[in-house]
Design a protein around this ligand. Structure first.
Ligand code: ZN
Length: 157
């Protein structure tokens, strides 16, 4: 049975690390994918990155209308010129929302849970969520998009 994993909360150092490439999608990674999917749904998140559950590896899950989708070693290969502002929260930054400018459309490549290379085109909320989660793999958080003066005290450091 998949289990709900504890979430790393800012300023946990793992949230600022660049995550490592997943070399092999073994049993443990497959189990982690299921646990992360369950965790994301239980916490009502729209996405979750492995560093948020304490593993500094390049794996994210995003919520789609068909349920959780796992992206292993995701890479954004194309970004639309046009951007849009949207409100985002983050499970690692409780009770905080920020307006973040993101590319409206992206193309990405990733490996699925079976190790197959997949290309996707995303726009709107899905594009936003993928950009947010890929940021996590590079140690970037939504507070980095705001001016210092707009941040609550606890995030100013
Ligand atoms: Zn987040």
């Amino acid at each position: 049975m998949p289990k709900i994993l504890p979430i790393k909360i800012y300023p946990d150092k793992i949230l600022r690390q660049r995550a490592a490439t997943v070399k092999k999608i073994d049993k443990e990674i497959k189990r982690l994918i299921l646990d992360m999917g369950k965790t994301m749904l239980a916490k009502e998140g729209v996405g979750l990155a492995a560093p948020q559950v304490g593993l500094s590896i390049r794996l994210i899950v995003v919520n789609t209308k068909d349920g959780p989708l796992a992206l292993v070693n995701p890479k954004i290969t194309r970004k639309s010129w046009s951007k849009e502002l949207g409100e985002e929260g983050c499970l690692s930054l409780p009770d905080f929302l920020a307006n973040v400018k993101r590319h409206k459309k992206i193309n990405a490549i990733y490996e699925d849970a079976a190790g197959k290379k997949i290309k996707i085109k995303a726009e709107g909320l899905l594009a936003r969520v993928i950009q947010h989660e890929v940021d996590h793999l590079n140690g970037v958080l939504i507070i980095d998009y705001l001016k210092k003066k707009d941040l609550p005290e606890e995030y100013k450091k």
